[in-house]
Design a protein around this ligand. Structure first.
Ligand SMILES: Cc1cc2nc3c(=O)[nH]c(=O)nc-3n(C[C@H](O)[C@H](O)[C@H](O)COP(=O)(O)OP(=O)(O)OC[C@H]3O[C@@H](n4cnc5c(N)ncnc54)[C@H](O)[C@@H]3O)c2cc1C
Length: 200
């Protein structure tokens, strides 16, 4: 790894788990990774007339999604225009709430016409521009450089399996309980996408 100072560092095993900044970590080892930060917006709101039961994750075809969040509700969406953003850009865009999210959720659930926004934030997906899927396991040439990257917005739900698989690769040099080889970096080098379509 070459640090900003120009100093070179070596190690036994390196796991790149730098989230949206993963490309920077890969670059330190001279490796290319098609991952970039893409902004996603989250809004927490209170409903004047709450639903009678919890709302499970519900996804509108527009990409606007909503669910219960304790006594509140959570809604989110991608922006219509979805470019890579600066690593430190977490500015909120309230027109997205006003013009996109609220109209869509109120149309789908009438009780969500009378709601009050209580919190909101913007976060970054570590967006894999190649096939929107995780990149997991050792690089096929630099074998002690291990990827855990590019989750494209679904890394939390995959984390237990990915963590287990990576610990097996590091400990035994092979997957034992779950085969994660379809997620290997090699598919990028070979131009063979393993596309995940269910990305919001
Ligand atoms: C708005 C939003 C909603 C989401 N919803 C869901 C969902 O419903 N279900 C789901 O499964 N997933 C969801 N995700 C995705 C999920 O949050 C991520 O896939 C997951 O958090 C990725 O975990 P990670 O450990 O790979 O990366 P991160 O959680 O991003 O952690 C990376 C860490 O590396 C650190 N780091 C970076 N560079 C360096 C460096 N040079 N030196 C030291 N540290 C460094 C960062 O500070 C950070 O702490 C969502 C993401 C967003 C933004």
């Amino acid at each position: 790894m070459t640090l900003k100072s120009g100093k070179n560092m070596s190690c036994g095993t390196l796991v790149n788990c730098a989230g949206p900044r993963a490309v920077e970590t890969a670059r330190m080892a001279g490796l290319y990774l098609p991952v970039e930060p893409r902004k996603r917006y989250t809004f927490i709101f209170d409903a004047q007339s709450p639903l009678e039961c919890d709302l499970p994750l519900t996804i509108d075809p527009s990409g606007v999604h909503m669910r219960s969040e304790g006594s509140y509700y959570l809604a989110g969406c991608p922006p219509d225009d979805d470019p890579a953003v600066d690593y430190d850009d977490f500015t909120q865009d309230h027109t997205i709430w006003q013009e996109k999210v609220w109209p869509i959720i109120a149309n789908r659930i009438p009780q969500f016409e009378a709601i009050k926004l209580v919190n909101s934030w913007a976060g970054h997906y570590a967006y894999n521009t190649f096939d929107q899927n995780a990149v997991i396991g050792p690089h096929h040439e630099v074998e002690n450089f291990i990827f855990s990257n590019g989750f494209s917005g679904h890394g939390f739900q995959q984390s237990m399996a990915m963590g287990r698989g990576l610990s097996e690769i590091i400990t035994y040099g092979t997957y034992r309980s779950i085969d994660l080889t379809p997620f290997a970096y090699k598919r990028i080098a070979e131009g063979k996408p393993f596309t995940e379509k269910a990305v919001i």
